[in-house]
Write a protein that binds this ligand. Structure first.
Ligand SMILES: [Ca+2]
Length: 301
C-alpha cells in the first residue's frame, strides 16, 4: 500500500497554479452577499467533464485548474456514465490501474493557498468495480499537496497528505459494487514526507497515521500548495474504481465536484449560439436543434 511520490517540478507547479486564469474555474466570489457587506457562506456544486481537464504526464506543471495526471503504460481515467447510481448526476470519474507501477491522479487547483486550519470538511464517494483484482480494501485516495508551514515555499516544505478509507474503517466496511461516501474530517491520514506530530514528535513518511485535527494543531500554518483531488496507484494493481462528489469546505464555503460524462443544460442560454451541440439530456441523448434543447430546459429545470 506504500505510495511513492516525486517532487520534480513542484516549484513550477505551485507558481503556475497560483496565477492560472482558467475560465472554467468556479467563481470564488459569486456567492458573496454584497448588500450586507459580508461574505455569505456559499455552496457551489460544480460539474466537471472532459472539457474541463487537461491530460498530462505526472510531475508536469498543471496547464488548467483540473488535470488528470497519468503514469504509463496502463493507467487510465475517464468520465463515464454510472457505474450504478452515482451520488451526483448520472456519472463519475473512473480510474483503472493495471500494473503495480500504474498511477492516476485527478487534481484540482482552485484551492491553492487555503490554510488547512480553515478547512472544515472534506469528503468523496467511491465505487469499487467488482471486476477489480486488487486487494478488496483498495480504493482511490484523497491527496492534498501542502506547504507544511505556509508562507514562502522553501526546500523541505512540501508533503502530500493522503486519506484512505482502510485506515479509517474496518476492512469489512469496504464493499465492491456500491457507492460509499467517506469523510476525511474527522479522519486519519498519512503523509508522504515528515510533518509535525503531537507533543513535539515527528510524523514520519508513509508509516505515521495522524488525525486531521493533529495535523492542523501541529502544523497550524500549513496551506494547500498544489493539487487537491483523487489518486489511485502505486500499489493498486488491478483496481477499477470510480469517484464522484469530491467536496471541500473552507471558511464556511463548500465546493462539491460532480464528475460527469457530459453536461445537461440548466438554462436556455446554454442552448443558444450553437450551445445545444455541447450538452445532452440526462439520459445521454443529443439534441437535434436549439429548440429541442430549450424545450428540455423548460421541462426539466
Ligand atoms: Ca456525478
Amino acid at each position: 500500500m506504500a505510495h511513492s511520490y516525486k517532487i520534480v517540478g513542484v516549484i513550477a507547479l505551485a507558481a503556475s497554479a497560483a496565477c492560472t486564469t482558467d475560465p472554467t474555474a468556479p467563481d470564488l466570489k459569486s456567492a458573496t452577499n454584497a448588500s450586507a457587506g459580508v461574505p455569505a457562506a456559499s455552496t457551489n456544486n460544480v460539474v466537471v467533464t472532459e472539457s474541463d481537464i487537461s491530460r498530462q504526464a505526472e510531475d508536469t506543471p498543471p496547464l488548467r485548474n483540473w488535470v488528470f495526471y497519468s503514469r504509463p503504460p496502463s493507467s487510465t481515467g475517464f468520465f463515464v456514465s454510472g457505474p450504478g447510481n452515482p451520488p451526483m448526476g448520472v456519472g463519475s470519474f473512473e480510474m483503472t490501474t493495471v500494473l503495480t507501477t500504474d498511477k492516476g491522479t485527478l487534481f484540482n487547483y482552485d484551492h491553492v493557498g487555503t490554510r488547512l486550519a480553515d478547512i472544515g470538511a472534506i469528503s468523496y464517494a467511491t465505487y469499487r468495480d467488482p471486476a477489480s483484482t486488487a486487494d478488496p480494501v483498495q480504493l482511490p485516495s484523497i491527496n492534498i499537496e501542502i506547504d507544511k508551514n505556509g508562507g514562502a515555499f522553501l526546500p523541505g516544505d512540501y508533503a502530500t497528505l493522503v486519506f484512505e478509507p482502510i485506515y479509517n474503517v474496518p476492512a469489512s466496511a469496504i464493499h465492491s459494487g456500491e457507492w460509499q461516501t467517506w469523510n476525511g474530517i474527522p479522519g486519519i491520514w498519512w503523509t508522504t514526507r515528515a510533518i509535525n506530530g503531537p507533543g513535539g514528535t515527528t510524523c514520519a513518511p508513509v508509516t505515521c497515521y495522524i488525525s486531521w485535527a493533529d495535523i492542523v494543531a501541529n502544523n497550524p500554518d500549513a496551506t494547500i500548495l498544489g493539487g487537491f483531488g483523487i489518486n489511485q496507484g502505486s500499489g493498486s494493481t488491478g483496481l477499477i474504481a470510480a469517484t464522484d462528489a469530491l467536496s471541500i469546505s473552507a471558511n464556511g464555503d463548500t465546493w462539491t465536484y460532480n464528475f460527469e460524462p457530459f453536461r445537461t443544460p440548466t438554462s436556455k442560454d446554454e442552448c443558444k449560439n450553437g450551445g445545444w451541440q455541447d450538452v445532452k439530456a440526462a439520459d445521454g441523448s443529443s439534441f437535434k436543434n436549439q429548440g429541442q434543447c430549450i424545450k428540455y430546459v423548460n421541462h426539466e429545470t
